[in-house]
Design a protein around this ligand. Structure first.
Ligand code: ZN
Length: 321
């Protein structure tokens, strides 16, 4: 895919610059719209909050952000377009579906019971969103998102991955994934490989949830990108372990296959999270620039390797090189 679809239209790979590969402007867990007593959604305030965050990131050099919100987690691509327009950043959205235990899985699971060919139905949806646009918005997705839960790949999740592989082959759009607890990345690659996907077009997201270097090297040797994309989420895995694994992998030359991010969520649909922001002091989208990059330099990581992860790899991934 030589041209990249942002929410504001096509852009060239060379326009991407410094890129965060996994941050969320807004998430709504399935069921958020059942909480009808929640305060009404204030679009203007939400846009302002997101634009302010983008301005902070731009001051640190950011030019592009991938928001890999799947269709079923409260995705709002028009909100993304408003933010991108106001903040003058490249913002890329995704098509795709979330994991079985937390996504809106009932519809396709119900249809599958009656023998519907849900893999093709999902693929048709993904291809439409990548090629023609999302609903009536004219906004095209630029990436396909899939997800698995911890320690197993369910039949539903495998169907979503097969549909993603077919949409990738039909459109050339790359794939990015969610994993839990640093597990099932290898199994994700097995499914994609069985569908003939070039694994250079896949980011195994949240790979920093594991500090098992064998797990990482197995996937890197197959050509995939690894997302070290949950920096600051200390509650799931301490940054010390994410950094130790990252520095080790950079030390043996894998800088061309790693991308960095935080998986932050800037706004929640429904009610705000009942946890104070102080509970996650480093889980903010500036953390990599302010703290992780300096820590890598301190550990002796060359600037060229840092640039590879933040600039060159996103460009090559989106360009399909
Ligand atoms: Zn995420």
């Amino acid at each position: 895919m030589a041209r990249i679809h942002t929410v504001l239209g096509p852009c060239a790979p060379t326009d991407l610059g410094t890129t965060l590969m996994h941050e969320h402007l807004m998430i709504g867990w399935p069921g958020w719209d059942s909480d009808t007593a929640a305060p009404a959604f204030d679009r203007k305030d939400t846009v302002k909050l997101c634009v302010d965050r983008m301005e902070e990131l731009k001051a640190l050099g950011l030019r592009t952000l991938l928001d890999p919100c799947p269709i079923d987690l409260g995705r709002d691509v028009e909100l993304m377009a408003e933010v991108a327009q106001a903040a003058r950043v490249n913002l890329i959205c995704t098509t795709g579906l979330y994991k079985e235990d937390s996504g809106a899985t009932q519809y396709f699971r119900f249809r599958a019971q009656f023998g519907a060919d849900v893999v093709n139905e999902m693929a048709e949806t993904f291809i439409r969103e990548l090629s023609d646009g999302i609903g009536g918005t004219g906004i095209k997705a630029g990436v396909i998102k899939v997800a698995t839960g911890a320690h197993q790949v369910t039949p539903y999740e495998e169907q979503v991955m097969r549909a993603a592989a077919r949409a990738h082959k039909a459109t050339g759009a790359p794939i990015t994934t969610h994993t839990d607890e640093g597990t099932m990345g290898r199994e994700q690659l097995d499914v994609f490989a069985s569908e003939g996907v070039d694994l250079k077009q896949v980011i195994v997201g949240h790979s920093c949830g594991s500090a098992d270097l064998k797990y990482h090297v197995d996937m890197l040797d197959r050509g995939a990108y690894l997302g070290f994309d949950r920096f600051g989420l200390e509650i799931l895995q301490p940054d010390r372990l994410r950094q130790a694994a990252l520095i080790g992998l950079l030390g043996i030359g894998f800088q061309k296959q790693i991308v960095l991010s935080h998986d932050t969520v800037w706004c929640w649909r429904g009610r705000a999270l009942p946890i104070p922001a102080e509970a996650f002091p480093t889980w903010k989208p500036t953390h990599v620039f302010e703290n992780i990059v300096p820590a890598l330099r301190e550990a002796g990581v060359a600037q060229s390797k840092i640039d590879a992860m933040l600039i060159d790899n996103p460009r090559r991934y989106f360009a399909g090189e």
